[in-house]
Design a protein around this ligand. Sequence first.
Ligand SMILES: [Zn+2]
Length: 209
Amino acid sequence: MIERIVAPPLGANVYLIMDEKKAVVDVGGDFRFIYNALSKHVDVKKIDYIILTHSHFDHASATADLKKVSGARVVMHKEEFEFAKQQNFSSSFFGIHFPPFEPDLIVEEGDRIELGEMEFKILHTPGHTPGSICLYDREGRRVFTGDTVFPNGGFGRVDFPGGNPHQLIQSLKRLTEIDAEFMYPGHDNPVNNAMEHINLSFKFAKMFL
Ligand SMILES: [Zn+2]
């Protein structure tokens, strides 16, 4: 039901969710590679949503192209769209510009996206970027964490434009209050025991940020 594609060049995770509706979580990196990988699992034209955890190029750079070929609706947090526009759809740190796009569905904290069996609640988790989100499926005990939490105590960098260590700690604290078993991070492997990983990330972030 969930396929993971590791997209070059930075190895960010693209997740394809095949429920009654089809969604892709993050589409950064090489469009051709992602398109070919998605095509092995799904008719790309049947993808309903492209949900972006945040707008960094390694998570969002293929959005415009995938939207064009699939007709999928792009979902993004309100503050992240403002941030992406302000950054001119570029990653100043890497010096990379990517094709701009307009979201079709602007979301905020508490909004829900229903795919069928899975229903995601949007958790606004700023810190890595101003409009970073996590997708929480309470029933299925799943959480997609983008670059907010990584396994084994990892957490997103806060030294890029728009990063904020205080906000990241608050966001991690907040994530310790959910009840998930499966964590799907923006980089690295998905893991079970999600709460152990999230608790460790919160502990380390408090120590090191
Ligand atoms: Zn990022």
